[in-house]
Design a binder for this molecule. Structure first.
Ligand code: NDP
Length: 330
């Protein structure tokens, strides 16, 4: 059997001009690591879009095989934790940024970054979830740790049609929360209601500068948007509530006042998926197995082939993607 496989490679010339190509690599080309994996599925995250288009400083080593998420089967292992034949999953840890990632037929990775694929989740389903969905679960867990239960009141989710937002809505509704979806695409009402949104508001209600404190509308929030949207979320959260912040689709600024914190005891909970501990990842994936309806996941997932990855990565940066895009690499 040939050890050659297809890969996407991002390169830079002497003038730092970036180019992207589909190429063929061999196992000996791969970077160092103690586990080699046949990639069966990968996905398109916003960060992959930034890497491929060069619109954000994601790539930190050249040339780079992008792809921050992958799922597949171990073919070789020097680690005691994994054996050939094991189904594994990788999210983040700088893969696709500083270490060659999932947009290739094979990957060689550090075993500390890998977790075993949950028993009832296939590689394609895991990539349907991807970093976006796993981050949504980390946000739900952050709210739970803060004591936000369904009886406390509604939870607002911003960037509702995006990957984080769609999965957050599906999980929260399954757990019994009353979910308010904030979106700039109100024509997607059916899609959001099918996921479990009980109310839908237009994101324009939240995207401009607002008052330091507003009417108390929700007990908690999951925010993928940042900037004025996050500030308005905090200003309209009920006394003692919390907002989990994970994204910056509107902007990375936070033009806020301290009023929600000091007059209503609101908590701002930061959520990072990239360097999250293995223990937290395993908890999150176990919760995804129990608390995400895989039939709903299917309704938000579009499956593409390896050759479509570059176009899909460009589309996500242009806001043309709804839900999650998965690449079947088999
Ligand atoms: P997507 O591109 O799939 O979704 C983002 C959504 O945000 C869009 O679908 C849109 O939803 C909304 N949006 C886009 N532009 C704006 C704007 N200018 N103002 C307000 N809303 C806007 O991305 P993901 O869901 O994958 O990721 C969401 C964010 O979370 C990104 O910023 C990403 O970088 C971040 N992220 C962070 C992680 C972490 O570890 N902290 C991990 C994963 C993602 P709609 O059309 O419904 O309004």
């Amino acid at each position: 059997m040939s050890d050659k496989f297809k890969a996407i490679l991002i390169s830079r010339d002497e003038d730092k001009k970036q180019s992207v190509e589909i190429t063929e690599l061999g196992l000996s080309d791969l970077m160092e690591g103690d586990v080699t994996i046949r990639v069966e599925a990968t996905t398109v995250n916003y960060k992959d879009g930034l890497a491929i288009t060069g619109k954000g400083p994601v790539v930190r080593r050249w040339p780079m095989v992008p792809g921050i998420d992958l799922a597949g089967t171990v073919t070789e292992s020097q680690s005691q934790d994994f054996s050939p034949g094991d189904k594994v999953l990788l999210n983040g840890f700088g893969v696709g940024e500083a270490h060659w990632g999932g947009y290739a037929g094979m990957a060689r990775l550090n075993s500390d970054w890998l977790i075993k694929l949950p028993k009832n989740i296939s590689p394609l389903q895991a990539m349907g979830v991807g970093t976006a969905g796993y981050t949504a679960m980390l946000c739900v867990m952050a709210l739970e740790r803060y004591g936000i239960t369904p009886d406390k009141g509604p939870v607002i989710v911003t960037g509702a049609n995006g990957g984080v937002g769609s999965v957050a809505i599906a999980i929260l509704s399954k757990l019994g929360y009353h979910v308010i979806a904030s979106t700039g695409r109100p024509d997607e009402t059916d899609y959001l209601e099918n996921l479990g949104a009980a109310e839908i508001i237009n994101r324009s209600e939240l995207s401009d500068p607002g008052r330091p404190l507003g009417k108390e509308r929700w007990a908690a929030g999951i925010d993928a948007v940042g900037s004025h949207t996050l500030v308005n979320l905090l200003a309209q959260t009920k006394y003692g509530g919390a907002v989990a912040a994970c994204g910056l689709a509107q902007g990375f600024d936070l033009p806020a006042t301290v009023m929600p914190f000091i007059l209503r005891g609101i908590a701002l909970l930061g959520v990072d998926s990239v360097m999250a501990s293995k223990q937290l990842r395993e908890q999150a994936w176990s919760r995804i197995e129990s608390d995400l309806d895989m039939a709903k996941l299917e309704t938000i997932t579009t499956t593409i082939g390896f050759d479509d990855l570059i176009d899909a990565a460009r589309d996500i940066v242009e806001g043309k993607i709804k839900g999650r895009v998965v690449a079947d690499m088999t």
